[in-house]
Design a binder for this molecule. Structure first.
Ligand code: IFM
Length: 466
């Protein structure tokens, strides 16, 4: 076995690990936490693999001291985690839950003591069920409730949090949640997805305003962005590529980074720009300057044209807009079935840099691979494929930096194996293996490699800056 070389990143570049509340915390009904849409969804038969739920997950709620110790051992600069909105506000709005507030206080206090700076995501998909019952992201009131929640969180934790991420991967909240139905709340009817997309952006804008007013240090958003290709030069496929780029990326990047809605292409996006949910001043609110853009990247996708209904404003899946995703071939696939193509990350970063003059510094807020890991007879997890994936993607980041993209840091997804949404516990993304029967944590070989990388980076950059 050969260990990949350490990619050379600039002095001051930061390393971290990321998680999300519903995927690791468990304690779903303890200490006053209210239900979220993911509790409802995962408890609905047929929605998740083998009926998996986040009821216990990694039991991080009770084991966080051990997980903070793992981070200390890893030597990361920063830990990106999310606050469960229904743990702070069990009904989404109204009285706060003191025990929920205390839980994050303990975590946020323990991290700096372990040399790790807290980076908080306010929304990683666990909407309080009460708000969904009132319309969820389809209605503007949810964006207003989110702003109140953001104000509460920053008032309580703002003195200790280094980096705030308003929303994680709003594509999934809007389109996987309200069009494809593969994520909570599992809706597949109505104009929900487009309204949700807009209200998520408004929620972000309102939260940024609250965070700024409270003097938050760094404020940004994490988008799951895709590098998209088409297999041919046929006009139909090129047009499908543009529609896919709008659906996956530009719905978010255009209003956030350029203060405009995505171009109407083939009539496909008329609903987004002209929907009744849009109010005067929304674009200015959404496009307020950010301190950083978080990019979640895993794989490229290849698309081709498919028969479609461009005049249908009711549904917004890729199929509805005439886009067919092609099966990847010719590259290694992770257990998610995702192709491993690190140079696509360089291309994505360079494309963002070229398209948006107002692009703020970038953080890779998620990157990682799911592999078929198991603890071997020697008590270790030899996850060579993950180490290779991380090394190659960090090299791709270094390449983008050399090309002039201002990338400041990189979070591995994920610190721990965890609940992978509708795919249950079948996908292992962690640097640390979790045995779901005993909840035993075992650092994998990639954990040790990442620690060595961070140590080598510090030694090299401290030497060159001395
Ligand atoms: O586990 C998820 C995470 O919650 C959001 N981004 C993608 C990851 C892997 O699918």
């Amino acid at each position: 076995m050969t260990t990949p070389d350490f990619p050379e990143l600039p002095a001051g570049f930061r390393f971290g690990a990321a998680t999300a509340a519903y995927q690791i915390e468990g304690a779903h009904d303890q200490d006053g936490r209210g239900p979220s849409i993911w509790d409802t969804f995962s408890h609905t038969p047929g929605r998740t693999l083998d009926g998996a739920t986040g009821d216990t997950a990694c039991d991080h709620y009770h084991r966080h001291p051990q997980d903070v110790a793992l981070m200390r051992g890893l030597g990361v600069d920063s830990y990106r985690f999310s606050i469960a909105w229904p743990r702070l506000l069990p009904r989404g709005t109204g009285p706060a839950n003191p025990k929920g507030l205390d839980f994050y206080d303990r975590l946020i206090d323990d991290l700096p003591a372990a040399g790790v700076a807290p980076a908080v995501t306010l929304y990683h998909w666990d909407l309080p069920q009460t708000l969904e019952d009132r319309g969820g992201w389809r209605v503007r009131e949810t964006a207003e409730a989110f702003a109140q929640y953001a104000a509460l969180a920053v008032e309580r934790y703002g003195d200790r949090v280094e980096r705030w991420i308003t929303l994680n991967g709003p594509y999934c909240s809007a389109f996987a949640g309200y069009a494809e139905g593969r994520h909570a709340p599992g809706a597949q009817k109505g104009r929900g997805a487009l309204a949700a997309a807009h209200h998520l952006l408004v929620a972000h804008g309102l939260a940024v305003r609250e965070l700024r007013a409270a003097g938050a240090r760094e404020v940004g958003i994490a988008l799951n962005l895709d590098r998209i290709h088409t297999a041919s030069a046929l006009p139909g496929d090129r047009a499908a590529l543009r529609r896919a780029e709008v659906l996956h990326n530009e719905v978010w990047t255009e209003p956030l980074l350029a203060g405009r809605y995505p171009a109407h292409e083939a009539g496909t996006w008329a609903g987004l720009a002209d929907g009744p949910w849009r109010l005067p001043g929304d674009l200015e609110l959404i496009g307020a300057p950010l301190d950083f853009l978080g990019v979640n990247f895993y794989r490229p996708i290849t698309v081709a044209a498919a028969p479609h209904r461009t005049d249908d404003l009711e549904l917004r899946t890729a199929t509805d807009i005439g886009v067919r995703e092609l099966d990847p071939y010719g590259t290694r696939l992770t257990t998610m079935g995702w192709p491993v193509v690190p140079e696509a990350l360089t291309e994505l970063l360079r494309a963002l840099h070229a398209r948006y003059p107002r692009l703020p510094p970038v953080w890779i807020t998620e990157n990682g691979s799911a592999e078929a890991d198991a603890v071997g007879p020697d008590g270790r997890v030899h996850d060579t494929a993950r180490t290779d994936y991380l090394a190659d993607h960090l090299a791709a980041v270094a390449e983008a930096v050399s090309a002039g993209v201002d990338v400041r840091g990189y979070y591995v997804w994920s610190l721990l194996d965890n609940f992978e949404w509708a795919r249950g516990y079948g996908q292992r993304f962690g640097l640390v293996h979790v045995d779901y029967d005993t909840l035993t944590r075992t650092p994998k070989d990639s954990y040790h490699w990442f620690r060595a990388l961070i140590t080598a980076h510090r030694a090299r950059t401290e030497e060159t800056t001395r």
